[in-house]
Design a binder for this molecule. Structure first.
Ligand SMILES: [Zn+2]
Length: 141
């Protein structure tokens, strides 16, 4: 359980509520044998904890899955000995810049000694790998 900091410095909170809400709160307080103020505080605490938990959980999941995807694609990229040009028959994402590659698009499939799902690079990322070594030598003086 998370430590509860909120009680440490207590403040008054005045708020306008409808008659219906007041009746409902009073009824619920009677039912739970609690002062109305404590019931309100419990309800607010519960609502905030719920929101915090939801936000923390979804942020955590998103961050973790991004990290995992990044780590996986980086590990995968290191294993690749070559890139083979092809036309995609179904959509994929570039393993480096994560751009969406549609079916019919030119892409480069990473050839790896390791089995696993294929990695693709977009043409821009392949160009960023630089020209083949032979071309560079020819241009050198
Ligand atoms: Zn790319």
């Amino acid at each position: 359980m998370r430590p509860r900091h909120r009680y440490r410095q207590e403040r008054w909170l005045h708020t306008r509520i409808s008659e219906n809400l007041e009746d409902a709160l009073k009824r619920e307080a009677r039912r739970r044998r609690l002062p109305v103020s404590l019931l309100v505080r419990n309800v607010l605490e519960g609502a905030l904890d719920l929101v915090e938990d939801l936000v923390e959980t979804s942020l955590g999941v998103a961050r973790r899955s991004q990290d995992i995807a990044r780590a996986a694609s980086q590990a995968g990229l290191d294993e690749i000995y070559g890139w083979q040009e092809l036309i995609l028959n179904r959509g994929a994402a570039c393993a480096r810049c994560e751009v969406e590659l549609d079916a019919g698009a030119r892409a480069y499939r990473g050839l790896s000694d390791r089995a696993g799902s294929p990695l693709f690079l977009c043409p821009a990322c392949v160009r960023r790998l630089g020209p083949p070594a032979a071309d560079r030598e020819e241009k050198a003086p």
